[in-house]
Design a binder for this molecule. Structure first.
Ligand SMILES: C[S@@+](CC[C@H](N)C(=O)[O-])C[C@H]1O[C@@H](n2cnc3c(N)ncnc32)[C@H](O)[C@@H]1O
Length: 203
């Protein structure tokens, strides 16, 4: 019998895809233990980081500090108003803010990113967006690069996405087709799942 959470056929998403889930203007800043998240990401000076679905870019600014002047942060979001504000704020820094969709070819250079970070973004994707997302992440990651997905826990919390939209680390592992590396249990509200590229794609 087919497991309806088997994401090889995107059953989980197909079953729960509607209605549309809006992300505009939402931020994780107040419920997140930033220090714990940054510790698990292990960002090094000189690295290139993509904050995809960056929102207001509060984590992009942290990444900017960690990669330093020899590194680069790309802050990508599909919302042009947010990106315009971040662009103005980050002019002259190592942050490049740009409008784009991480579920299609973004035009960013291949095999470049040491880290691709998505916080509270993936659960909003619809089934049709997942293959494009997977392909784009695999294209963008540098050899040895990592994908970090932060999501809210799949249990009742006082705020956050509807339960039918939430993804557990296991759900993510099933549909992303990347190698799970480690999971940070962020306590009551969130977790961070780290992935690497499959062996044959490590460069
Ligand atoms: C809930 S907000 C989270 C913002 C930020 N990452 C944070 O943790 O505060 C989700 C963000 O993802 C953006 N987004 C949704 N789908 C996207 C896509 N396909 N490509 C790029 N950004 C996307 C939305 O515009 C929104 O700013």
């Amino acid at each position: 019998m087919k497991d309806d959470r088997d994401c090889s056929g995107m059953g989980h998403y197909e079953k729960h895809a509607a209605p549309e889930h809006s992300h505009r203007g939402k931020t994780t800043e107040s419920f997140l233990d930033k220090k714990a998240v940054l510790a698990v990401l292990g960002i090094q000076p000189g690295q290139t980081v993509l904050d995809a679905g960056c929102g207001g870019g509060y984590m992009s600014k942290e990444f900017s500090r960690l990669v330093g002047s020899g590194g680069r942060v790309y802050a990508l979001d599909s919302d042009d108003a947010g990106i315009a504000a971040l662009k103005a704020e980050s002019a002259g820094t190592n942050i490049t803010a740009l409008v784009g969709d991480i579920t299609v070819n973004t035009g960013l250079p291949s095999s470049t990113f040491d880290l691709i970070y998505l916080s509270n973004v993936v659960h909003g994707f619809n089934p049709g967006q997942i293959p494009g997302f997977r392909e784009e992440v695999r294209r963008l990651l540098a050899p040895g690069g990592k994908l970090a997905v932060l999501e809210m826990v799949k249990r009742a919390t006082p705020f956050g996405p509807p339960m039918e939209r939430r993804l557990s680390p296991e759900d993510l592992q099933k549909f992303l087709g990347l190698v799970p590396l480690s999971t940070l249990d962020g306590g009551e509200y969130f977790y961070v799942q780290l992935f690497g590229k499959p062996d044959g794609e490590r460069g």
